[in-house]
Design a protein around this ligand. Structure first.
Ligand code: GLU
Length: 306
């Protein structure tokens, strides 16, 4: 497959620009509310080493929940199958920050990508690593092959100040005994991971190991086994976009992960990873332009995993 991705990106960009103004930037995190809604970039990184970009593809943005793939990978490396006694692997069918299921399901989150699940994963990392934040940032740097990737501390603090629902989730899970460390320590890791600043190209590069059987294409080292990489892709397919996951599978048909910063990363096994960033979100918290751009990408290229 050697499609003319430059031309395809140009067409997608032009066809989706008219959607600007139809979504809303995430306003519940004060530091995100001020983001310029008109920013828009796309990057593709192939396993053959080629990259293609358009628009604001090199402008760092807050990756938010896209970071949940990095922390899940670190926890999966560490705990392997034992991880699934702490967190499930079923779609939730609820919003990313819903508390309802958590009460009825005794503090075991449905999957690692809803906030409750990511908070449990953060708890696992705290139990295992002396300095989990250093571990996370180094991992993001290694995967993206970019040593300048970093947390945005002001953003993490801003989210902490408004993070009442996330605090409620950790406290509820603590009451069920499913969180092992201090509530504030878990929230601190979570808010920092969400504040990681990366650009579209960084993210396309960082997800390439999942299109490559778990092997880091930048140094040939195994990050996950082939079987573990398949499992993370399967989880992204069924839960990566929360209650937009069905729509994403239907219209795009690739494993992907969204964040409320407006990024969506998707990948084609054995081929490439693509990241779209446009901060205006639809009502389910996914980038409105990102959803359409990725739909156009699989339509125009004819690529599908199905
Ligand atoms: N930091 C966000 C939150 O906890 C992440 C949500 C997302 O990106 O989907 O609410």
């Amino acid at each position: 497959m050697n499609a003319d991705y430059s031309q395809i990106l140009k067409e997608i960009y032009e066809e989706t620009l008219e959607l600007q103004g139809q979504g809303r930037v995430a306003a519940y995190i004060p530091a995100l509310a001020g983001v310029n809604p008109k920013q828009y970039g796309i990057a593709i990184q192939t396993l053959q080493g080629e990259s293609f970009q358009i628009g604001d593809a090199l402008l760092p943005f807050s990756i938010q929940s896209i970071s949940k793939v990095f922390t899940l990978t670190l926890a999966f490396q560490t705990l392997d199958e034992a991880l699934w006694s702490r967190v499930g692997r079923e779609p939730s069918g609820n919003a990313f920050n819903s508390l309802i299921q958590l009460e009825t399901e005794h503090g075991i989150p449905r999957n690692p990508f809803i906030n409750a699940g990511a908070l449990v994963v953060a708890d696992c990392l705290i139990s295992h690593f002396p300095n989990p934040l250093a571990e996370i940032v180094q991992f993001a740097r290694k995967l993206s092959d970019n040593p300048t990737v970093n947390f945005n501390t002001a953003l993490a603090n801003s989210e902490r100040e408004a993070g009442f629902r996330n605090a409620a989730m950790v406290n509820l899970m603590k009451s069920f005994g499913t969180i092992h460390n201090e509530v504030n320590a878990v929230l601190d890791v979570y808010f920092h991971q969400c504040s990681l600043m990366m650009n579209c190209l960084d993210l396309a590069k960082a997800f390439l190991f999942l299109a490559n059987g778990g092997v880091n294409p930048w140094n040939g080292r195994s990050i996950l086994t082939g079987s573990q990489a398949k499992r993370i892709n399967a989880l992204m397919q069924v839960c990566g976009l929360y209650d937009d996951s069905g729509e994403f599978a239907f219209t795009v048909g690739l494993p992907g992960k969204s964040g409320v910063g407006g990024g969506i990363v998707a990948l084609i096994p054995n081929s490439l990873a693509i990241c779209v960033w446009a901060p205006e979100l639809n009502e389910r918290g996914s980038s409105l332009i990102g959803m359409k751009a990725l739909e156009l990408f699989t339509t125009k290229t004819g690529i599908s995993i199905f």
